[in-house]
Design a protein around this ligand. Structure first.
Ligand code: SF4
Length: 348
């Protein structure tokens, strides 16, 4: 089986490892070893259950991703934010413990080519795509620090980058993360969040059973054009149309709508009513996210009462709607903020 290059060991699927090691039994043993704990520091000469010559061949062809934690900040609420150096670039990953389980937020690109007005990553420019192996490496690094009573069972692609602009590698990473016997996450426990890249959404919905979250953030194209300029290419109706089309084909799949609330921009009662109307008939759950402000931006989060009033209004239309209060604010946990505030020498 041909493996796209450059690919590291944590970017190989079980099928590819089977091919490389010449036996599924060996590949299962290798996967159990590789995903037993944290990202291994190096590849040993032997691993249990794999013939020495077969393993030597894999060692010669595939390395581990070069990943190291450059900065680590722990919030009073238990959130841990990592700045991870990956072969010449730096990305952010976040471990978010909650009751009984932890969620890991992963980056898919170093920087981003989109220009969302509210995002710290947008100000960093674009460095490069991450490989699937590098995405999985972030997961292993963060998972190793999950509390024992809150194991890392959930993944969200809401870190640096637009995942659907790096779709081949994101789909490959999802395949690795969900494979048995390890890491064995459920597809429904993985959520890929998009700023609204229409062709990528259509392909993702066809090819993956992981969850899709559309970061909508506006109820008119005028509003959204100002917040997310690529809305001019793929306006709101086209994005919701793609979700509707897929929901008609697969009514069991629930979509997520992320709606970042900005004070005085998109948080009015009229916005709540327009949002309810836009989503009419679509099986979608809304997550309201009060904006996590960044230094120089004039965009601010609404007061808590306004957030709750917006939620109540939306719920009044029968829409399932939750508020995701920001975690780890004092450690710059929103996407791109740590890289922006980090010392220049750790930005790479
Ligand atoms: S919000 Fe996402 S898509 Fe928009 S600039 Fe930031 S990382 Fe890129």
């Amino acid at each position: 089986m041909a493996v796209p290059t450059p690919q590291t060991l944590t970017g190989l699927t079980l099928e590819e490892l089977t091919d490389q090691l010449g036996s599924r039994t060996r590949a299962l043993a290798a996967v159990r070893w590789l995903y037993a704990g944290a990202l291994p520091p190096e590849l040993p000469e032997r691993i249990p259950g794999v013939a020495a010559n077969a393993w030597a061949g894999v060692r010669a062809r595939f390395a581990l991703p070069r990943a190291s934690v450059r900065e680590r900040r722990v919030s009073v609420d238990g959130t841990i934010k990592f700045l991870i150096a990956l072969d010449g670039v730096a990305v952010e990953s976040v471990l978010i413990p909650s009751r009984g389980r932890s969620t890991i937020c992963l980056s898919s690109q170093s920087g981003c080519t989109r220009h969302c007005a509210f995002c710290a990553t947008a100000t960093l420019g674009f460095k490069r795509q991450l490989t699937a192996g590098e995405i999985v490496a972030q997961f292993l690094i963060a998972r190793a620090e999950a509390p024992s009573d809150a194991p890392a069972t959930n993944v969200v692609f809401m870190g640096m980058g637009e995942p659907l602009d790096n779709l081949d590698e994101v789909l490959r990473a999802v395949r690795v993360l969900t494979q048995s016997p390890a890491p064995q996450l459920g597809a429904e426990q993985i959520t890929v969040s998009t700023s609204g890249v229409l062709p990528g959404m259509q392909r993702f919905l066809r090819e993956s059973s992981a969850s899709l979250a559309l970061s909508l953030n506006a109820t008119t194209d005028e509003q959204r054009d100002a917040l997310m300029p690529h809305n001019r290419k793929w306006p709101i109706a086209s994005l919701l149309g793609a979700l509707r089309e897929h929901a008609a084909a697969d009514p069991s799949r629930v979509h997520f709508i992320e709606y970042v609330l900005f004070d005085g921009v998109n948080d009015s009662d009229a916005d709540a009513e327009r949002l309810a109307a836009l989503l009419e008939g679509l099986p979608a759950r809304v997550n309201l996210i009060p904006h996590n402000p960044m230094g120089s931006s004039s965009l601010r989060a609404p007061a808590a009462e306004r957030v709750l009033a917006f939620q109540k209004r939306l719920r009044g239309f029968g829409r399932l709607c939750f508020v995701r209060w920001p975690r780890g604010q004092e450690i710059a946990a929103a996407c791109g903020q740590l890289a922006l505030t980090a010392r220049p020498e750790v930005r790479e």
